[in-house]
Design a protein around this ligand. Structure first.
Ligand SMILES: NC(=O)c1ccc[n+]([C@@H]2O[C@H](COP(=O)([O-])OP(=O)(O)OC[C@H]3O[C@@H](n4cnc5c(N)ncnc54)[C@H](O)[C@@H]3O)[C@@H](O)[C@H]2O)c1
Length: 443
């Protein structure tokens, strides 16, 4: 192929496959033989990019994927174990790496690529700790390579509309933001049956999940907080759960999601998206339960943060809720914006889901109905992929849609600092945590 950029993928994850590898291979037909197809025709990125190597710790998982490719008449993709990452960079010489491995491994791949002046696209969270974010920012300053972070939560139509409204000045200077976020009991339980449940691997949900929310809120506010404080606890999962049962047949979380694929099969063999197995990450000999003692993260937490100029943020999330979605209220000196998005556990949209109410302080209020676009995460993923692989659209440039490494570092640091605050009961200064002297965010 000519004219395409050559990418090495680190971590053949569910996200890596669905969001990057299959679109780049042009495998976008969901009805295709073998079940390997994701997205739609507009998602076909094969004219822009090719995958020249896969780095993973699980040779068997990559081999299973390569066998599937061969059945589809495609060439297998060269595999490199994690220990041969540097050798891969040297021998294959990719234009860029795509980092889609577990969060705690991102730093190694990002910094390794930057040291060789290779560009990076990384999944959120950019890294799993504030210290690692600092290391990435330092490596990028010394490098000819750049880091782009796939903060796709900026991209849904409703979120872009809120940004446009704020930019229009209709609510004036932002004074106060409240986000009440709910992850339902099915989706929430899934985090506690995967690697995310260990803080050393994910940074806790404060980093792994809330980095999405913190990045969105900072992007809307146009700044990052100076200080954050919070409380949190493990209320639903782990050994102390009030729902703990010794027999799987009595487990209310299991009963609530039979057939959803969230729980591993009874034989403990774990298959994920596209039926690909995880023999390395989830060996059948080590089945995972929702009530395991190794769960060391919080499933409920609340935070308050202060931004330069005086705006404050109140944020709260629960990972075993009766509904999935959020309510956001943004107050300004001249009005307010409210956004609601949600569905019940059985998938029924809440009555006011998708509505934005804009009210001027001394003027009228109007309700905007936002229709979600086609594609993953409410149409966010295909738009973001276009930006990353084909270059930013005029709208992306105008709204500053593509997250920079500094912005992504703040999203990670907010999560890490919140965890510190939960432990120490003291507020944490964010620029200090990142070793930055200014809150200025480029982009
Ligand atoms: N933007 C989004 O909406 C979104 C959604 C889901 C996941 N993610 C992110 O995508 C990434 C992957 O998450 P997932 O849940 O899809 O992962 P996953 O559990 O499906 O897969 C992880 C893969 O990484 C491999 N791996 C483990 N350790 C490794 C290492 N040291 N080096 C290389 N490979 C290694 C595993 O063998 C496996 O193939 C994470 O960073 C996650 O936070 C983002």
């Amino acid at each position: 192929m000519s004219g395409t950029r050559r990418y090495a993928v680190c971590g053949l994850s569910a996200r890596g496959l669905a969001s990057f590898v299959l679109p780049v291979l042009g495998l976008t037909d969901r009805t295709a033989d073998g079940g390997f197809g994701y997205g739609s025709d507009e998602d076909d990125l094969s004219g822009y990019a090719e995958v020249v190597a896969i780095v993973d710790t699980d040779a068997d998982r990559v081999a299973e994927f390569n066998q599937a490719l061969e059945r589809l008449g495609r060439a297998p993709i060269p595999f490199y174990p994690r220990t041969a990452y540097d050798e891969m960079l040297e021998r294959v010489g990719p234009d860029a790496v795509i980092v889609t491995s577990p969060d705690h491994t991102h730093e190694e791949y990002i910094v390794g690529a930057l040291r060789r002046d290779v560009d990076v696209i990384t999944e959120k969270p950019m890294v799993s700790t504030a210290a690692a974010a600092r290391a990435v920012l330092a490596a990028e300053r010394e490098s000819g390579g750049t880091v782009q972070v796939s903060h796709n939560f900026r991209y849904p139509a409703a979120h872009r509309e809120v940004k446009r409204l704020i930019q229009s000045g209709v609510i004036g200077r932002i004074t106060r933001v409240v986000m009440d976020y709910h992850v339902d009991l099915r989706h929430g339980a899934s985090y506690f049956l995967r690697w995310n449940r260990r803080r050393a691997l994910s940074g806790g949900l404060q980093v792994h999940k809330s980095s999405h929310h913190f990045d969105l809120l900072n992007w809307w506010i146009g700044s990052a907080p100076e200080e954050i404080f919070g409380y949190g606890a493990l209320n639903y999962y782990g050994p102390g759960s009030p729902h703990r049962s010794d027999r799987r047949a009595d487990d209310p979380y299991f009963l609530a999601q039979q057939g959803s694929g969230v729980f591993p099969a009874d034989d403990g063999v774990r298959a994920g998206l596209f039926g690909l197995h995880y023999p390395g990450q989830y060996p059948a000999s080590r089945p995972l339960y929702l009530y395991d003692a190794e769960i060391d993260i919080e499933d409920t937490y609340s935070a308050i943060a202060r931004y330069p100029g005086g705006a404050s943020l109140t944020y709260s999330v629960d990972f075993s809720s009766t509904w999935e979605g959020y309510r956001v209220s943004i107050g300004g000196t001249h009005g307010s914006i409210e956004l609601r998005h949600g569905r019940t556990v059985d998938g029924t949209a809440l009555p006011d889901s998708g509505q934005i109410t804009v009210a001027e302080l001394f003027g009228p209020a109007r309700v905007l109905e936002i229709v979600p676009e086609e594609g993953g995460h409410g149409g966010a993923d295909p738009l973001m992929r276009r930006d990353l692989f084909a270059g930013p659209s005029p709208e992306s440039t105008e709204l500053g849609l593509m997250a920079t490494s500094t912005e992504a570092a703040y999203a990670v640091a907010m999560g890490d600092a919140l965890t510190q605050s939960i432990t120490t009961h003291t507020p944490v200064n964010l620029p200090a945590l990142l070793g930055l002297t200014t809150l200025h965010l480029e982009g």
